[in-house]
Ligand binder design. Structure first.
Ligand code: NDP
Ligand code: GDR
Length: 335
């Protein structure tokens, strides 16, 4: 039986990846940061909270990471933990640098000192491209991050490349474009929209306040993207791969898809609110996934329409239950 350790197992991708690895017969360990309330809702949603082995630890505490490796003895480590919300990275730039940037070094050092034969996956991001000059971004496109999050991720990316080249560690970096699901955090724009569509449809909310709806993103389904992570660690040698759909859509058109699905017009409900504008914006992202297709045999299986419909359906069910059970609506954080 193969053993894997996932940092960020309680996040969107961590939950889908844990499910994928369990289905493949892996023993799955996950590192969970101490919180005052349980963060296991995504693992519970997928029905796997009892199948994974959880170890307490924080990306900023190298001793906890070393201990986790000593206990789990994994063959593969997937580093998904991060302060991953771009908006928050301007309010908490130092936390973001420590967790999302130096945290990668902490886990790589733990691997180097514990068992350098461990295969390592780093969750890199299209946010590293930022203010790009090329119409489509590939592994060869230069980086120009536009947020403290993007800058921290760029450090994580290069330290991964550096440990591969310096210590011969099997370290691969997936440069993933935006991917979403019913398990997406409520602060990200797709989930903010699908949650609002459900609330408006069910008479619980009157409007949806958004920032820059002309921004364009290359959105895919998280369930498809975690397959690419696994494939990267099954190759003969480590490498970097762009994972994307190859299509870009405005936030405005994504809203249209979501509102149309329940028979509403987004223009009747969306209000532009400058508080959701960012100090520096990434206007457009469009990934070229040819290398992942060619070398990994990876393909997207879910269209944007299917994804948004799946998310609206899940939010309609959730909001319906909340109303019956009297649970307070989730707080929507700023962008
Ligand atoms: P989430 O924000 O949903 O999950 C982040 C995870 O990191 C959570 O489990 C969180 O724990 C954990 N975490 C945060 N801080 C710490 C810490 N100090 N120590 C230990 N764990 C911590 O992100 P996603 O699942 O969407 O993304 C996974 C990774 O992929 C992230 O690194 C993200 O930056 C990157 N990425 C994501 C993309 C996307 O579109 N989703 C695209 C490209 C890259 P808790 O639940 O307790 O908060
Ligand atoms: P992003 O995702 O910043 O691309 O990072 P997000 O969904 O937060 O924003 C996408 C675009 O929508 C615009 N926008 C708004 N965004 C939010 N959150 N809230 C709003 O009200 C709003 N209005 C407009 C944003 O300005 C932006 O242009 C995600 C994260 O998962 C990162 O961790 C990951 O690395 C990248 O995707 C790839």
């Amino acid at each position: 039986m193969k053993t894997a350790l996932i940092t960020g197992i309680t996040g969107q991708d961590g939950a889908y990846l844990a499910k994928l690895l369990l289905d493949k017969g892996y023993k799955v360990y996950g590192i969970v940061a101490r919180r005052s309330t349980s963060s296991l809702w995504r693992l519970q949603f997928l029905g796997i909270e009892r199948e994974v082995q959880l170890l307490e630890g924080d990306m900023t505490d190298p001793s906890a990471l070393i201990r986790a490796l000593q206990v789990a003895k994994p063959k593969e480590v997937y580093n998904l933990a991060a302060q991953s919300f771009v908006g928050t990275s301007w309010d908490q730039p130092i936390t973001t640098a420590n967790v999302t940037g130096v945290g990668v070094l902490n886990i790589l050092e733990a691997i180097r000192l514990t068992d350098p034969s461990i295969r390592f996956y780093q969750a890199s991001t299209s946010e590293m491209f930022g203010l790009i000059q090329e119409p489509m971004q590939s592994e060869k496109t230069p980086f120009y991050p536009r947020s403290p999050y993007g800058v921290a991720k760029l450090y994580g990316h290069w330290i991964t490349v550096n440990y591969r080249e310096s210590f011969n560690i099997f370290a691969s970096s997936g440069i993933l474009f935006n991917h979403e699901s019913p398990l997406r955090g409520i602060e990200f724009v797709t989930r903010k929209v699908t949650d609002a569509v459900a609330r408006i449809k069910l008479g619980r909310q009157n409007e949806l306040r958004l920032g820059n709806i002309d921004a364009q993103r290359d959105w895919g389904f998280a369930g498809d993207y975690v397959k690419a992570m696994w494939l990267m660690l099954q190759q003969d040698s480590p490498d970097d791969y762009v994972v994307a759909t190859g299509k870009t859509t405005t936030v405005r058109d994504m809203c249209k898809i979501a509102f149309n699905y329940v028979g509403l017009n987004y223009e009747d409900f969306v209000v532009i609110d400058p508080q959701f504008y960012r100090p520096a914006e990434v206007d457009i992202l469009l990934g070229d996934p040819s290398k992942a297709k060619r070398q990994l045999g990876w393909e997207i299986e879910t269209s944007l329409e299917q994804l948004i419909h799946m998310m609206v359906e899940a939010d309609l069910q959730r909001v319906g239950k909340e109303t019956q059970e009297g649970i307070a609506p989730a707080i929507i954080l700023g962008a």
